[in-house]
Design a protein around this ligand. Structure first.
Ligand SMILES: [Zn+2]
Length: 412
């Protein structure tokens, strides 16, 4: 018989479900924004898979607001402009000149005077310490801008969507392509480049579901593996987060069959969150309903899988809230020769936040330096390297097995 960790790695490599699940979820359900029919269908598909693997499953329902677009038209000097509003943009009709802030930073915002103008910003690499869209938007409002545009970081007419707030914003906000951002800049230099826009949207109430599957253990300790399955409304979300979903489904599959279960007594819970893109809502509802009450055993570890693989990316992982766990993973990864960059930092912009904020040790697998099409219409399975996705899943499965066997995450 193979040693249990080798058994986990081997079974992940031989599973065909990883690529099948990724392709099926993206190609069959397409974009699956929280509260939509396609999100519900994707949730049912995931639940059926967990049932098939023999897990104890249930759905956790939560309510949330959703912004429904009714009208969005953009003009640049009377020519139609290819653009999309950000979720929860203020409904408004307006015409104005742009102020272009090329390298958004605290300093450049302080120096700039865009009062009464539409502020056009270029994107920053937030994962490398750049300013987030929400922060830029906040500064635009505080500085008296009448509108906010973010141009895409990707060339080729690609539009990037994203979050700007969880309720109607103070000024209209939208996204334009890289090329149109540059065009606006050239026209402005000639005293042209007036923007006219008309945005109309309404706030509606939606129900969404977190999908939960358990492999029951005998102790009152629980270890969670989670990934969000919702996407934005414009793309099928292969990288963000079809990769994480297929990783967690694969972990549920192999752990349900593995002899490694004899080596620990924790309950393994697999959670597929909805509402992540709209503001990390599914995991917020989950932690309020399950962690802040006595409905489940003590959670000793939360593993988060969000954007786990893209062609050309660098495999990375973060841990928070447990130095002993961090050191243990670093030693394990070195002893096995796994190709993964470990860092000790709190999670940001993903479901692990709500667990980390409750002092629960977290482990998160993600690509740190991925040039990706996330939050665009082109986040499709062809951008994913399946063998690298399997490798990441195998590494994650092995790290999890080692932690469960040694119990290192419990010695915070
Ligand atoms: Zn994501």
């Amino acid at each position: 018989m193979r040693e249990p960790i080798g058994d986990i790695i081997g079974n992940i490599w031989s599973s065909t479900d990883i690529s099948n699940n990724l392709n099926y979820i993206c190609d069959t359900f397409g974009p699956r924004p929280a509260g939509s029919e396609s999100a519900d269908l994707a949730g049912d598909y995931i639940k059926n898979k967990l049932d098939e693997y023999g897990l104890d499953t249930h759905k956790h329902q939560f309510e949330h607001a959703y912004w429904e677009k009714e009208k969005a038209e953009f003009y640049l000097d009377n020519n139609k402009l290819h653009a999309i509003p950000f979720h929860f943009s203020k409904s408004e009709e307006l015409t104005g000149d742009c102020f272009i802030l090329k390298t958004p930073s605290e300093k450049s915002f302080e120096k700039a005077n865009f009062q009464g103008k539409i502020l056009l910003v270029t994107p920053t690499k937030q994962r490398h310490g750049g300013m987030s869209r929400k922060e830029m938007f906040r500064r635009a409002v505080e500085g008296g801008a009448i509108g906010f545009i973010q141009m895409s970081s990707i060339m080729g007419g690609v539009l990037e969507t994203g979050s700007i707030g969880n309720d109607f914003t103070e000024i209209p906000a939208f996204s334009c392509s890289f090329e149109n951002g540059r065009l606006i800049e050239r026209l402005q230099n000639k005293g042209k480049g007036k923007i006219s826009l008309s945005i109309q949207g309404k706030k509606v109430k939606k129900s969404s579901y977190n999908i939960i599957g358990d492999i029951k253990g005998s102790s009152d300790n629980m270890v969670i593996s989670g990934a969000h399955y919702d996407t934005w409304d414009i793309g099928p979300g292969a990288f963000d987060n079809g990769t994480g979903v297929s990783t967690v489904l694969a972990l549920a599959e192999v752990y349900s069959k593995s002899t490694v279960k004899d080596k620990f007594d924790d309950t393994l819970r697999f959670i597929f969150f909805s509402g992540e893109e709209l503001g990390i809502l599914g995991s917020e509802a989950y932690t309020k309903d399950y962690i802040d009450t006595d409905r489940t055993p003590k959670v000793s570890l939360m593993c988060n899988y969000d954007c786990t693989n893209i062609k050309g990316g660098v495999r990375g992982a973060f841990t928070s809230n447990s130095m002993s766990m961090h050191k243990s993973i670093v030693n394990f990864v070195e002893s096995r020769g796994f190709d993964i960059k470990m860092s000790l930092r709190p999670p940001h912009g993903t479901d692990a936040i709500h667990f980390s904020n409750r002092k629960i040790p977290t482990f998160g697998l993600a690509q740190f330096t991925a040039p990706s099409y996330m939050h665009t219409a082109f986040d499709t399975p062809d951008k994913i390297d399946i063998s690298e996705l399997k490798n990441s899943t195998a590494i994650a499965g092995a790290i999890l097995a080692d932690l469960l066997i040694t119990g290192k995450m419990k010695n915070v």
